[in-house]
Write a protein that binds this ligand. Structure first.
Ligand code: NDP
Ligand SMILES: O=C(O)C1=N[C@H](C(=O)O)C[C@H](O)C1
Length: 258
């Protein structure tokens, strides 16, 4: 069965790469795209552009909505899709814990599968999983995430998910000296259950993360680099296939892979 897909955010860095990937793949039919501006023909194909998700769903009846937009609209897109029986595959980051809870409730109410993946690249998911495993033995952890300077959310979704996964293996405790004082606010980064996350934004970067795990006389460094957005495409393809088989919320690609 060919899966009918719509993409939200098709002019963006990720959206463009996803359009290119899905158009080439015979398993999918790209039926429409969702944008907040109507710039005709930028797709150069017969793919209709909608500015209303409800209208897009009503007119083009996608099975799956792939969202690669911005944190300010992704929650609303996700809820609208689920309410209308369309399965969301969400790459957009920046959800609050409350929003994730509300999406979980909506998914359970409607029994419509939904995948939210803060990172679609297999290498990044392995780095997150290995960090979780290592933190059981080396619980002093600092996460350094590095991205291009056009990213609007910090810390990255990947860094937040990494800290959440590590927290499943490591009890919360404050790292560093008990009398530690920041001389300049923010010097120690964001504090998640006592772990610290540092966000670097520079032109030239794509998406990179290091997890540093320190022990007596030793340091384990786990690093992943996405040099190109093609690194995320196989995870999107996998998620579209998988979401068709699900009726729950899957938060994180690690739940499909391991
Ligand atoms: N899960 C993963 O593996 C990955 C996730 N991401 C995440 O994906 C998201 C997109 O990243 P990226 O492509 O770099 O960002 P971009 O800013 O390049 O793309 C976002 C696109 O969404 C458009 N947009 C804004 N508001 C709306 C709306 N209401 N409806 C439809 N489209 C809208 C923007 O238009 P305009 O520019 O006109 O505002 C823009 O074209 C981010 O949250 C990022 O963190 C990124 C890489 C990998
Ligand atoms: O904005 C990006 O570029 C990326 N965003 C995701 C995140 O916030 O973790 C995934 C990847 O790091 C690229």
């Amino acid at each position: 069965m060919v899966i009918k897909v719509a993409i939200a955010g098709p002019r963006g860095r990720m959206g463009k790469a996803a359009v290119e990937t899905l158009i080439k793949d015979k398993a999918f039919l790209l039926v429409s795209v969702l944008d907040h501006k109507k710039e005709e023909d930028f797709l150069g194909d017969n793919i209709p552009i909608y500015t209303s998700l409800k209208e897009l769903i009503y007119q083009t009846k996608p099975d799956v909505l792939v969202d690669l937009t911005v944190p300010s609209c992704v929650y609303e897109h996700t809820i609208t899709a689920i309410e209308n029986g369309v399965r969301p595959v969400i790459g957009t980051t920046g959800f609050t814990d409350l929003q994730l809870e509300e999406i979980r409730n909506k998914v359970e109410e409607k029994e419509v599968g939904c995948i939210i993946a803060p990172n679609f690249s297999i290498g990044a998911v392995l780095m997150m999983k290995f960090s979780q495993m290592a933190a059981r033995y080396l619980p002093n952890v600092e996460i350094i995430e590095m991205h291009h300077d056009q990213k609007v959310d910090a810390p990255s979704g990947t860094a937040i998910k990494t800290a959440q996964m590590i927290h499943e293996e490591r009890n919360a405790f404050e790292q560093g000296h008990s009398d530690e004082k920041e001389l300049i606010e923010g010097a120690r980064g964001a504090n998640v259950n006592g772990m610290h996350i540092h966000s670097v934004r520079l032109p030239g970067l794509v998406a990179h993360q290091q997890v540093l795990l320190g022990g007596e006389g030793q340091l384990l460094t786990l690093r992943h680099d996405s040099f190109d957005r093609t690194s995320f495409m196989s995870g999107i393809v996998l998620s579209i296939h998988e979401v068709m088989k699900q009726n729950t919320l899957i938060y994180g690609l690690e739940n499909l892979i391991f």
